[in-house]
Ligand binder design. Structure first.
Ligand code: COA
Length: 176
């Protein structure tokens, strides 16, 4: 069994991403992905793409993680989620994903999908813990390494939200 390298929990506040966050977001992006998104790509998401919704996790005035999705009809597609390496295993990723699902449900979505690298066990564990289920493989989806993507889905977001019963509405994500 892998050693438990969990750290003391961090309880970040969650809010919509703003253009001013981009320097910190890009730093995390570069430290998290082999082929990071450019500033232009993030700018486009925040200013042009009407389907896009991005949040950041902030603690002590510092952005420590972010996540985003596209919301199309009743379906949400997670585009990105990353936590600063210094803050991993502290519950920040869990909090971001929870907030994203909550916001997708608020917007009328009932299912959510994402792609994850076959080798990315940390992210897969996170998604499994939210009852995402693997539903397919996209061969060679990641063109930088030619790695396969596992396609995962979470269903019944509306029920998930009802069952949580509006638990701790202080955590509700403000936003457009
Ligand atoms: C995936 C990622 C966002 C997780 O963020 P995090 O803040 O470390 O996650 P959390 O501390 O909230 O952990 C939540 C759960 O995820 C799983 N998990 C997270 N990191 C893990 C690891 N290194 N190994 C195994 N499971 C892990 C565990 O189930 C964990 O629950 P637990 O702590 O109760 O065991 C983070 O590792 C990251 O930014 N990775 C690089 C970017 C990336 O791969 N993004 C996903 C793209 S698909």
């Amino acid at each position: 069994m892998a050693p438990d390298d969990s750290k003391a929990p961090v309880r970040p506040s969650i809010r919509p991403m703003e253009l001013d966050d981009l320097p910190q977001v890009l730093e995390i992006e570069r430290r998290s992905f082999p082929t990071p998104w450019s500033e232009k790509a993030f700018r486009g998401e925040l200013t042009v793409n009407a389907y896009a919704y991005y949040i950041v996790a902030e603690t002590d005035g510092r952005v420590v993680g972010y996540a985003g999705m596209w919301v199309i009809m009743d379906e949400a597609h997670v585009t990105n989620i990353a936590v600063h390496p210094d803050y991993r295993r502290s519950g920040v990723g869990r909090r971001l994903l929870e907030a994203l699902i909550e916001r997708a449900a608020d917007r009328g979505c009932d299912r959510m999908t994402l792609e994850v690298r076959k080798s990315n066990h940390a992210a897969q564990q996170l998604y499994l813990s939210f009852d995402f289920v693997p539903r397919g493989i996209r061969r060679g989806y990641y063109t930088d390494t030619n790695e396969d993507a596992i396609v995962m889905w979470k269903y019944r977001l509306q029920r998930w939200r009802r069952e949580r019963g509006g638990r701790d509405r202080r955590d509700a994500v403000p936003g457009p």
